[in-house]
Design a protein around this ligand. Structure first.
Ligand code: SAH
Ligand code: SF4
Length: 338
């Protein structure tokens, strides 16, 4: 088991079972999350018998770097190998407001969106919470700087790995853990309705992003087969519930695909569906992938779509892409190494 898989309470119980005092858990967490120790031997204020027991029971190395690419805009894309040989990726984006990492939550994804490189691969397994945490720690080491923001938008559907996701969020947010503010963390979902509601009741102020990509079931079902289980109306209802419970604004992700969901009439329909909701729309020009037949929207279409939303007083941004020259769309680096 990875040492990062343990909550502080679980670590305390483990230590107590082995007749060590509670404060040792704080020392270990300090080494793990503040010092980013790579080995148990570095934990110099621990007694040798404790280091021995830790080594016998836990692993600390979670990821092996296979390849890293740095883009001209400073985006760093890392392909990591897990202990069982599965490949995952994390992307570090340098923003004017700080360093933001995009982490992976599953090996592959079962949601199977038709435009997504990850969706083409069936899910092999969930990542443990420790394996998600390790992406942040390992990337901080490679970068030599602190990471200030986390987006859970890499390969996988985080709400299909909900328990490990929650555990991850609690550890990265914990002042004794990585201490990244909840408001600096965003989880993106394809729209698993019951989990959006559960997440609304979770209690920490983490942001929610929902991949809508279409205002109606006809277009959305063609892009996302999950829409058959959770159609647009139910997703919007879940978002309404989330906003009511948390009083927080939700991000609507909308990739712009040429001739599929980028027409001005579609923008009008989207504006109408979102009217009165505390949301902001993040328009993302589609990143073409070899696994899917779709094309990116023409620039004029992107602007026209943006203008319609603006005219309807919907808060909207048109994303300036990052890392395009190094294939920063989710799953792309990994798919090239299979
Ligand atoms: N499974 C979650 C989170 C991971 S995907 C979700 O779907 O929300 C993160 C975001 O990347 C989603 O909005 C997804 O639709 C988008 N995405 C996937 N493939 C893409 C591509 N080729 N170009 C642009 N965005 C893509
Ligand atoms: Fe899975 Fe998200 Fe890709 Fe859809 S877009 S296949 S939910 S990772």
């Amino acid at each position: 088991m990875l040492i990062y898989d343990l909550t502080l309470d679980e670590l305390v119980s483990f230590l107590n079972e082995h007749e060590f005092k509670n404060y040792r858990a704080n020392q270990i967490w300090h080494w793990l999350y503040k010092q980013k120790a790579k080995t148990f031997d570095e934990m110099e204020n621990l007694p040798n018998d404790l280091i021995k027991i830790l080594k016998e029971n836990f692993k600390i190395e979670a990821l092996e770097l296979v390849v890293q690419h740095t883009s001209v805009d400073g985006t760093l894309k890392c392909l990591f190998s897990l202990h069982d040989g599965h490949l995952i990726e994390s992307v570090l984006m340098k923003q004017h407001y700080g360093n933001s990492i995009c982490v992976t939550t599953q090996v592959g994804c079962n949601i199977g969106c038709s435009f997504c490189a990850s969706g083409v691969l069936a899910k092999k397994r969930d990542l443990t919470s420790g394996e998600i945490i390790a992406q942040v720690i390992e990337t901080e080491r490679l970068l030599g700087e602190r990471i200030n923001y986390i987006v859970v938008m890499g390969i996988g559907e985080p709400f299909d790995n909900y328990e490990n996701l929650k555990h991850f969020l609690l550890t990265v947010n914990d002042p004794k853990g990585l201490e990244i503010g909840a408001r600096h963390i965003t989880v993106s979902t394809s729209g698993i309705v019951p989990k959006i509601k559960e997440y609304a009741d979770f209690g920490i102020q983490v942001n929610l992003a929902v991949s809508l990509h279409a205002p109606n079931n006809k277009i959305r079902s063609g892009l996302m087969k999950i829409n058959q289980a959770y159609p647009v109306e139910e997703v919007l209802d879940a978002i309404r519930y989330y906003i009511k419970k948390t009083k927080r604004r939700v991000t609507i992700e909308y990739i712009l695909i040429d001739g599929v969901n980028d027409m001005v009439e579609v923008a009008g329909e989207l504006a109408q569906k979102l009217r009165g909701l505390n949301v902001y729309v993040n328009l993302i020009p589609y990143n073409e992938v070899i696994e899917a037949p779709y094309k990116r929207s023409k620039y004029e279409a992107q602007l026209a779509f943006y203008d319609v939303l603006k005219k309807h007083n919907i808060q909207v941004t048109l994303r300036k892409e990052q890392g395009h020259d190094i294939n920063a769309a989710c799953g792309q680096l990994r798919s090239q190494h299979l």
